[in-house]
Design a binder for this molecule. Structure first.
Ligand code: SF4
Length: 275
């Protein structure tokens, strides 16, 4: 097993690979104790990943393979740094007073944080002990595995719904849509605050019927405070090249302001609080 590494401050756009070569495959991880986990990096002052100013921790491991993924270097645990919950919390502690005074908190993103479910839960529990607001960004694909104990340490779920059409979802992510919708319905049922995020990719997810499907699904959910439309960009393209992965969106343009407005308006017309 790898030695513990150094948890690096940086950016989601830093390329990090091969840092824990003897880590298990994502599918094989047994994270029952969750004292140790694998992380890509953290950012210290995001204003986009939940309310206020936030520390965002990017964990390694994801079971989806989104065609537009900006961070393919978070797919595998072996590309991350092995760290302990205590290391993460020690680092977080130094930011806690500022985060509290700026109405922010901790967001755990990825990759997919739920791949390391217990590791994530322990970090959130520690963050709550510091009086911090907690948010997870997730595809919801592993939502069926979430228990009440996990939900109890979450103040907000940033749920990525990448498509409303199962065939499109499969084409764009390589996985099934149904678990994400089930998780969304469960969050709505218990009234867990959520922001739904939709990545707008020209030619892949921008079909009006696709957008309409998500809008109609989300509009009645009173727990959904925001629908956030995230325009596709090419800032992660260099990672695919550096990792020798086949990137199919080389010629896909960034989502234009006009297209983005059309989609936001579509969500609003359905009754969603969209931006
Ligand atoms: S869920 Fe996120 S990290 Fe995983 S492949 Fe999709 S965009 Fe990338």
């Amino acid at each position: 097993m790898s030695q513990l590494g150094h948890l690096e401050a940086g950016s989601r756009y830093d390329l990090r690979v091969g840092l824990s070569p003897d880590a298990p495959d994502e599918e094989d991880l047994r994270d029952d104790e969750g004292v140790f986990g694998y992380a890509h990096s953290y950012e210290t002052s995001s204003r986009y990943d939940g309310p206020g100013v936030r520390v965002v921790l990017f964990l390694s491991g994801c079971l989806l393979r989104c065609t537009y993924c900006h961070n393919p270097d978070t797919w595998h645990l072996k590309d991350g740094t092995r760290v302990s919950v205590q290391q993460v919390l020690d680092r977080l502690k130094s930011f806690a007073p500022a985060l509290r005074s700026l109405d922010g908190g901790l967001t755990i993103s990825g990759g997919e944080a739920m791949v390391q479910m217990e590791f994530t839960r322990r970090i959130f529990a520690g963050a709550k002990d510091m009086g911090l607001h907690t948010a997870i960004e997730t595809s919801g694909f592993l939502g069926d595995k979430v228990d009440d104990r996990f939900l109890s340490v979450l103040d907000l779920v940033l749920l990525d719904i990448k498509s409303s059409d199962p065939a499109t979802y499969k084409k764009v992510t390589g996985r099934e849509l149904a678990p994400t919708l089930r998780f969304a319905e469960r969050l709505a049922k218990i009234g867990k605050p959520a922001w739904v995020r939709f990545t707008l990719v020209p030619g892949q997810t921008d079909d009006p019927a696709n957008v309409e499907g998500i809008a109609r699904f989300v509009a009645p959910m009173k727990n959904v405070q925001w629908v956030e439309v995230q325009p596709f960009h090419q800032m992660g393209a260099f990672k695919w090249k550096a990792m020798n992965l086949e990137y199919k969106l080389v010629d896909t343009p960034a989502a234009s302001p006009e297209l983005t407005k059309r989609v936001i308006d579509q969500f609003r017309a359905a009754g969603c609080n969209a931006r």
